[in-house]
Design a protein around this ligand. Sequence first.
Ligand code: GLA
Length: 392
Amino acid sequence: MVRTGEFEKHFGAPPTVVAASPGRVNLIGEHIDYLGGWVLPAAIDRHLVVEAAPTEDGSFEVVPAASGMGRPARFRNDELHRREDPGERWLNYLVGVLACYRDAGIETPGFRAVVHGDLPAGAGLSASAALETAFALVVERLADAKLDEVARALLCQRAEHECAGVPCGIMDQLAVGAAKADHALLLDCRDLAFRHVPLPGDLALVVVDTGVKHSLADGGYRARREDCERALARLGAASFRELAPAQVESARDLLGETLHRRARHAVGEMDRVGRFAAALAAGDDETVARLLREGHESLRDDFEVSCPELDCLVEAAYSCGPETGHLGSRMTGGGFGGSTISLVRRDAAPALQAHLESAFAAAFGRKPDAFATSAVDGARLLAVESIPNPET
Ligand code: GLA
């Protein structure tokens, strides 16, 4: 549910443009977007909303009303440099987007904006891509420009590389920007072709945020990317897509222990995505469950991006057999903390959620943030006249 009305509370007048961007989960295809693999994300019913209106003097004024983002800020359009101060780092997503549009010849008139919503930051649910994409839609509306979904996602990804300093792949920006309700997005990250794959109508997604804050800028993410590049160089291959699992197995000595495990995850995960999409379409629950489990174990053991909190939730989920309506679980997103995703029959979602909450609380002494969602539409502009006045 997208809630609006914050702008008027802060600035005493209604906004002229409002953009809402969902977060995303990834069903499978983890850490292979930047390797040109396939991914299968879906947008979730947690959003960041940017409400904005132009300023008279061309300056920017932004108020973060979502929790944990940082301080409000004011700046001119010749101050689009990277922010290092922790309280202002969140601004990098905005200045990055503004700078990239400028490079593309699209000059943004200044605006004041409030950012709010219920999508938590650092939970592995793509709050950064949601923020970039919502700002991108605001910029396009105010600058009277329009990019297609792929061009916009590429621009937001560049903003993240250059201003936020995270060498991310393209999955999050495209998932947030191009998702469709009740569908997952099957995206080929080699050529950015995508199609919407229907999700079974009785399926719910249960998301549990471990509260272990991952910051992809911390270095683990970059280190994994570099491991993969080194493994490819040693194998003399341009992409893991050209390699069969057996080729990686036979190159164990050449790669050494760590790079061998990274490569085994990459080729294994690439192989799993297509099989998972086919199994989901065929209603083959057993294969769905097995592939999700294999995917998690590969991220835990070979790619080493899981953590005890994520592993505990996945184990607790699999202790609920298929007879309870649980189809499968895994960590989702970049890892090093963040969230798990469980696929479950809709009527069984409350029981699974309660079970995961209590298993987590028993192990770690605190209640995690958990919610059930269906797949929702990607980022969009909202009709301003439909925005309810918070005072009425
Ligand atoms: C983060 C990145 C994505 C992707 C995932 C892991 O979410 O932003 O590009 O690499 O991690 O699949």
